[in-house]
Design a protein around this ligand. Structure first.
Ligand code: CA
Ligand code: CA
Length: 199
């Protein structure tokens, strides 16, 4: 006996089942795509975090009671230089700018930069003879650099003394390269002269 309604109901059930299956497949595919993107993003964030290594303290000191203004500068990879006229960039800050005697109740002359993290790449540290309010004379400048890649100890230290002779003079104290594994390439350490301020 012809039963048109039974036949239609059967077709509707098949279409409904196929549609449901299609929705499940689409949903599963979207879940896989979103999960892989989230996983990839987390991995990139982890990689970025892992590349920030250690910390750095750079210090200069020159004879107390001299009214000479010496400036310390650092150029970190892919960052603007940090010093007197640009006191902060990236992970580095000029903590103290000493002008000599001007505005300083203490007799000492001491200036320092702190970098709270290091990224791999080349670093350069220079000094600049900004001003001399006393007399035009040679200024001995003591330089100290300490780098830590762990919390417990100083991994690298470097000291030197240079003599600045004239206003406007810029001297490279040291340049070095931090590697991805949190060490300094020993072959990279040099004081080949290159200006930071003149680019
Ligand atoms: Ca200064
Ligand atoms: Ca001072």
């Amino acid at each position: 006996m012809f039963q048109p309604f039974d036949s239609h109901e059967g077709n509707v059930n098949v279409v409904y089942r196929d549609l449901l299956l299609l929705l499940v497949l689409v949903g599963f595919t979207l879940f896989i795509i979103i999960s892989s993107q989230v996983s990839s993003k987390n991995k990139n964030e982890q990689d970025a975090e892992q590349k920030i290594l250690g910390s750095l303290v750079a210090e200069i000191a020159w004879p107390q009671n001299q009214n000479n203004d010496i400036d310390l500068w650092i150029k970190a990879p892919d960052q603007n230089a940090v010093g007197y006229s640009n006191k902060s960039a990236g992970l580095c800050d000029l903590v103290r700018d000493d002008l000599g005697i001007t505005g300083d109740p203490m007799p000492g002359n001491y200036e320092n930069i702190f970098c709270r993290g290091l990224v791999p790449g080349e670093y350069r540290i220079n000094v600049f003879y900004y001003n001399n309010k006393d007399v035009e004379k040679e200024v001995p400048v003591m330089f100290s650099l300490k780098i830590k890649f762990s919390e417990s100890k100083i991994d690298y230290s470097y000291r030197s003394e240079i003599f600045m002779t004239r206003r406007g003079q810029e001297i490279t104290l040291v340049s070095f390269t931090v590697l991805e594994d949190g060490t300094i390439d020993p072959k990279s350490v040099n004081n080949i002269q290159k200006s930071i301020l003149r680019g």
